[in-house]
Design a protein around this ligand. Structure first.
Ligand SMILES: *Cc1c(COP(=O)(O)O)cnc(C)c1O
Length: 427
């Protein structure tokens, strides 16, 4: 016999836990179908872009040195621009991570005396030093670029009155962060972002609108660039890299904004013309090709986790039934062992490093110990199944990723098994 139950037993999932999972899953069929439809739409969007850009086997060749006339690199940038409906794009292994892509987009498009305005409240942690909210060497503040911020309303929507009042003559760039990141506010939908862009552009068409698109790509059919964002920015070790890109970031947007970013990334005068692709092109293309279905797998995992843990009485953000606009799931355990057991389960389900037990440690930049679970092919990749959380109240685990739905499912069942065995949950 080779039943599903048996193979799960082999992997340490007891029949009680497996059956509980199946019961929850039975109620999620329709939602999963809608996720598959979004993936289908986005898959076709990407294929169409690849065909229009005439991607060929030659595009996977490598370049070294200056990288002049690298057809693979140039064509890939066309594919991104075509997919996100922008004039141009910069997609490079020389952009080291999401923070770097955002710092690049900002520093390239702001000049001394300009003001940057965030209209979605506090930006992602790592941007605090980029902007100079927390003083740092090389921050925008050091270059005489000022910063202002408008909080979101209580209900998570944009505060239009406050935005209008915060826009000053020197306001040059407005930042909108799509994903909640690791805050507990709701994630913004693309429609909501579109409304805010229209509002800003009506008041001041000259203001550049940049969207931090991290964790949002391919979750919906449209992207903020479909609603007039001048730049959307993200990391290739999240959604658009499809788990295959070993490094990289992207900026897709208007010709002018992308050009300025290219001059800043390489050098004035050189811009997009240089930058060897160093053998990563095939993984960039193939990862982007897989990204819509990979994102769908991660979304299913997030929804499954929300439904399991909400049914057991834990607070989950977003809740079990909410519409999704990014792939992050938070689960508040309320006690430290809940958080650590959850992370252990995720680690034990990994294809890589499944035999290690994650331990809380004092990570630089945090005021409490942090526990992290990741058994990833690409180090630090958060499109791969991963979880982490600070060891302090409310003992929330932040969970994201899953290159395939069966792996995301196993991870969540493994976490449940762990909590079940220790007697922290029962049904
Ligand atoms: C991950 C993330 C970033 C930063 O990306 P890194 O690759 O970790 O530097 C910025 N903004 C948001 C919303 C993110 O989720």
């Amino acid at each position: 016999m080779s039943t599903m139950n048996e193979i799960y037993t082999t992997l340490g999932i007891s029949p009680a836990v497996y059956e509980y999972g199946e019961k929850i899953l039975a109620g999620l069929k329709e939602r999963f179908e809608r996720i598959d439809e979004t993936a289908e739409y986005n898959q076709l969007k990407v294929i169409n872009a690849m065909q229009k850009a005439r991607v060929s086997a030659e595009c996977f060749n490598t370049s070294t040195g200056y990288g002049y006339n690298d057809i693979g690199r140039d064509t890939l940038e066309q594919v991104y621009a075509e997919t996100f409906h922008t004039e141009d794009a910069l997609v490079r292994p020389q952009i080291t991570c999401g923070t770097h892509a955002l710092a690049l987009a900002l520093s390239a498009n702001l000049r001394p005396g300009d003001e940057m305005l965030s209209i979605s409240g506090k930006p992602y942690d790592t941007l605090e030093e980029v902007i100079g909210i927390r003083p740092s060497c090389g921050s925008l503040a050091e270059y005489g670029i000022t910063y202002a911020q408008v909080e979101l309303l209580e209900d998570g929507n944009f505060d239009y009155e406050a935005i209008k009042n915060a826009i000053r003559p020197q306001t040059r760039l407005i930042e909108i962060q799509r994903s909640k990141g690791y805050l507990t506010r709701p994630t913004l939908s693309v429609t909501q972002i579109g409304e805010a862009i229209a509002f800003v552009k009506k008041l001041r068409p000259d203001i550049i609108v940049m969207v931090d698109n991290c964790y949002g790509e391919f979750v919906e059919r449209l992207e903020p660039s479909d609603f007039g964002a001048d730049m959307i920015v993200g990391s290739l070790i999240k959604n658009p890299g499809g788990g295959l890109a070993p490094i990289g970031g992207y900026i897709a947007g208007t010709k002018e904004c992308v050009e300025r970013a290219a001059y800043r990334l390489t050098s004035p005068g050189l811009g997009k013309e240089v930058g060897a692709s160093l053998g990563v092109m095939q993984s960039f293309y193939q990862g982007f090709f897989l990204a819509p279905t990979v994102t769908a797998s991660a979304l299913k995992g997030a929804i499954f986790a929300a439904n399991i843990y909400e049914s057991l009485g834990f607070k989950v953000i977003p809740n079990a039934t909410e519409e999704r606009h990014d792939i992050i799931q938070a689960i508040e355990f309320g006690f430290p062992e809940g958080l650590t057991s959850f992370c252990e389960g995720i680690q034990f389900a990994a294809p890589v490093d499944s035999y290690v037990t994650p331990e809380p440690w004092a990570m630089p930049g945090y005021d409490s110990d942090v526990i992290m679970a990741a058994g990833a092919f690409v180090q630090g990749s958060s499109i791969e199944l991963s979880a982490d959380g600070p060891l302090k109240a409310p003992y929330a685990a932040y969970f994201q990723g899953g290159l395939t739905w069966p792996h995301a499912k196993l991870g969540i069942l493994k976490s449940l098994q762990r909590l079940y065995e220790k007697g922290y949950v029962k049904w």
